[in-house]
Design a protein around this ligand. Structure first.
Ligand code: ADP
Ligand code: ZN
Ligand code: ZN
Length: 806
């Protein structure tokens, strides 16, 4: 059952049904008094349950299993390792369209017109939805014959006549590339002469038009960027031609589900890539898991493609895992250029039908789904013959799911999945997680290194700027040091682009009254509200609460309000004043939320419409721009002072990754890091890109303070709206755990933001020493959890277990 209950339930079937059913088929069943769910056949047996009477199933929903036995095995591992209900895994694994239940809410698809294709029963439901904007499956069951409702709703979804509630969030938005063409009025060639005549005074515009005609001889669509490059015209000149209605812009999406372009041959590897490929293959002879550490822009992707090709040739499937956000960018296009329609993309922002389609293609091992490119949830797809899994940017935190259960790490779950398939798995990163690198050192994983950038371009030079000194010498202009400004100006003069990194969005994180020191807080969370200047708003970054920026202090009435700290918005504003003749763009959660937001910014930066791009850590995710010569990190200190045992490792990874965006194709790039602590060991290690030194130093700390990879961590979180309840609960729990685990229990403690959405939060961490049995520890924790939840007073408290909670 897709519910948070560990055990399975027995239902009764007829003999004929018994013959027909197989593990992994779905059945509609009733549960409790009125609820209907989509259950999954987990086993067939002849033993009636002792504690309850087996109900009959309502209906069989599949003709063939939609989940295979390897998946079921993997789910059982997930449930046991991450201490969560099998039902939670089942719910997370299947696209929601597969999981209709009585509470599911159904809507009419307003765009649907094709009523002729509906049969009578389907039309009945469709019509009911014309009168009522939404119906639950339960209500629909009352309209037609009750037991048969799920297949009919399924069919309606399949025909796109209706959709279900979970799907209202934004649909996946493909990336748009800007192309240019002649305005329709010049389709007739006889207008060309007069046109060129007309432009005889605007020399540059005329050249751009002539260049356009040269480019058209290739008969391919012309990218705005290519035209600029070919003609030497600036984007302003092309834009002027568009304004004159001589050219027009149009946008083409480059990563639609079905790829229509030609495919290209794989690139030829250089000697270092070839060696890495060879070493990887050798490593795979002995080790199923291999870590590929390749510096930024070393061409890891090209190495992956060769391995992928070989696995495809052997008739096996490939899973290519990427962090969620990287999926909306360039890599899809790059891989499609090679593998065309053998690639399916699986993305949480895809529409329900698209996800169901990918699921079915993988299930049937269709040619379209030989390679699946996906974010973490794609480990749940019904692969039957996986030969290779690639985990790109394996250090990325977005592989970990924190909420809701199952709280799994997709990289680790993928390693287990690869074992079940007897497949190989390649973890790739320029800055591996400490755990993976440790495993490689311990020879648990194979290890391959790619230490040169493609094209023999050197890694960027990294310079630390001492902010304390700059302030003292009055060499700051806003948040910019004179040296950073000078570098920005130089890059702009060279027509190169710049990336500036500030890992905080908004204008400033704190508003403070100069008179009484009060600062506006979120009413739902224990955190200050962030000031967003463009909208003149205060916003909570935890629960999204927003209100207008007040004119005066809410506590004392003084109108002297001060802002403290700075975010991307402030930097963007300062830049616009400092460099009024250039285009400044901003990439953070606020600017990428809307329709096409992310793709538009990436596209505009790629086509060089944006000269300086300011952004948060979104900028570090595997982007490949060829004209960025300078990367600036405005304030490195916040990352270093974050209260988390991985803060230093993360800061290193983030800064090296962001730096890696500089100087990827032509000349050596430059990175400037502004900081109050230029002698901090992590900054020193970043400035020399010394991963090994960082690793060794961090490892010592981890050993000394009992953290992974030596100790394992299980985190228990309690949440409730009543503080007293949470407090009493956590104290009871701490005692119970200390009785068993003694000094290995850390806490109780409140997180930095101790109340979110009106829920108070308290944590306990259990550290598991190297030799202690993980299985037994989990059993003991589960037992204590049971006792805890048997106490009536504690029962309403949310109890969250997070295994490997980092
Ligand atoms: P990484 O993922 O290691 O940061 P990429 O795979 O993105 O590096 O490669 C960096 C750039 O170098 C890309 O633009 C890519 O097209 C180019 N490149 C890498 N290998 C080759 C090759 N063998 N031939 C041509 N271009 C390559
Ligand atoms: Zn005040
Ligand atoms: Zn809030």
């Amino acid at each position: 059952m897709p519910i948070p209950i560990q055990k399975t339930f027995t239902y009764s079937v007829t003999e004929a049904e018994y013959e027909f059913l197989e593990k992994g088929m779905r059945v509609a069943v009733s549960f409790g008094n009125t609820k209907m769910y989509t259950g999954l056949v987990f086993g067939l047996h002849q033993t009636p349950p002792e504690l309850y009477e087996a109900k009959e199933i309502l209906q069989i929903l599949d003709e063939k299993p939609i989940v295979n036995t390897l998946q079921l095995q993997h789910w059982e591992w997930l449930s046991s390792y991450y201490m969560c209900a099998l039902g939670d895994v089942y719910r997370a694994a299947l696209p929601s369209a597969f999981l209709l239940e009585s509470e599911t809410i159904v809507y009419k698809n307003q765009a649907f017109q094709n009523e002729d294709i509906l049969n009578d029963e389907e039309f009945l439901i469709y019509e009911a939805l014309q009168h009522q904007s939404q119906l639950t499956v339960h209500q629909i069951a009352d309209i037609i014959q009750k037991n048969k409702v799920l297949p009919i709703i399924n069919e309606l979804i399949h025909k796109s006549a209706i959709y279900i509630k979970e799907e209202i969030y934004e649909q996946y938005k493909p990336k748009l590339v800007k192309y240019v063409r002649l305005h329709a009025q010049y389709n007739d060639e006889s207008y060309l002469e007069p046109l060129l005549e007309e432009l005889s005074r605007a020399k540059k515009q005329r050249e751009a038009v002539l260049s356009y005609f040269q480019l058209t001889t290739s008969k391919k669509p012309i990218k705005a960027k290519d035209l600029e490059e070919h003609s030497g015209a600036s984007s302003a000149i092309v834009k002027a031609l568009v304004d004159k209605e001589i050219f027009e812009f149009y946008h083409v999406q480059t990563d639609r589900i079905s790829y229509q372009g030609d495919t290209n041959e794989l690139k030829e590897l250089n000697e270092f890539q070839l060696q890495a490929l060879q070493e990887t293959k050798t490593s795979f002879l002995e080790k199923d898991v291999t870590l590929l550490q390749g510096v930024t822009s070393s061409g890891k992707t090209e190495v992956y493609t060769k391995l992928i090709q070989e696995v495809l040739d052997s008739g096996q499937q490939v899973l290519f895992l990427l962090p969620e956000i990287a999926l909306t960018t360039q890599i899809i296009v790059r891989l499609q250029n090679y593998f065309g329609n053998q690639i399916s993309v699986f993305h949480s922002k895809y529409s329900m039908n698209e996800r169901v389609e990918v699921w079915n293609n993988v299930l049937e091992n269709k040619s379209k789904a030989q390679i699946v490119l996906g974010a973490r949830s794609s480990i749940f797809l019904p692969f039957s013959k996986l030969g290779l899994i690639v985990v790109d940017e394996e250090h990325e935190t977005s592989y970990k799911q924190f909420e809701p259960s199952p709280r799994y790490n997709a990289r680790d779950a993928a390693i287990v999945l690869s074992k079940m398939h007897k497949a190989k798995i390649l973890l790739g990163s320029a800055t591996p997680s400490l755990e993976s690198y440790f495993n490689a050192r311990e020879k648990k994983y194979g290890f391959v290194e790619l230490s040169r950038r493609f094209g023999e371009i050197q890694l960027p030079s990294i310079e630390l700027v001492d902010l304390k000194e700059k302030h003292r010498k009055r060499e700051m202009n806003g948040h910019f040091s004179d040296v950073l400004l000078k570098q920005i100006q130089e890059a702009l003069d060279e027509k190169e682009q710049i990336i500036l990194f500030q890992n905080r969005r908004g204008f400033s994180p704190i508003v403070e009254c100069k008179t009484c020191g009060n600062s506006p807080q979120c009413p739902n969370c224990d955190v200050s509200l962030t000031y967003h200047k463009f909208k003149n708003e205060l916003r909570c970054h935890y629960c999204n609460y927003q209100r207008a920026m007040p004119n005066s202090c809410g506590a004392c009435g003084s109108n002297q309000l001060d802002t403290k700290g700075f975010g991307t918005e402030q930097i963007e504003l300062e830049l616009k004043e400092l460099f009024p003749d250039y285009n400044v763009g901003r990439m953070d959660l606020d600017t990428t939320r809307g329709k096409y937001g992310y793709q538009k910014i990436i596209g505009a930066f790629e086509t060089r419409e944006i000269d300086i791009l300011v952004g948060t850590q979104m900028l570090s995710k595997g982007l490949d721009f060829d004209n960025v010569s300078l990367v600036g990190i405005l304030n490195a200190d916040m990352m270093l002072n974050f209260p988390d045992f991985r803060a230093h490792e993360r800061a290193f990874q983030l800064m090296v990754q962001v730096s890696g965006r500089a100087g990827r194709s032509k000349k050596r790039g430059k990175v400037m890091i502004q900081t109050y602590n230029p002698y901090h060991q992590i900054l020193q290690q970043v400035s020399t890109t010394d991963y090994v030194e960082m690793f060794q130093e961090q490892l010592q700390d981890r050993w000394q303070f009992h953290y992974p990879p030596y100790y394992r961590l299980i985190k228990i979180t309690l949440k409730h709206k009543d503080y007293q309840k949470v407090d009493a609960g956590i104290n009871w729990l701490a005692k119970a755990l200390q009785n068993v685990f003694h000094e290995h229990v850390l806490g109780p403690s409140a997180p930095a933001v101790a109340r979110i959405r009106n829920q108070y939060i308290k944590n306990l961490i259990i550290k598991i020493p190297p030799k202690q049995s993980l299985g037994k520890t989990k059993q003991q924790i589960a037992k204590i959890q049971n006792t805890f939840q048997a106490v009536a007073d504690f029962r309403p408290i949310r109890f969250i277990i997070d295994v490997d909670a980092y």
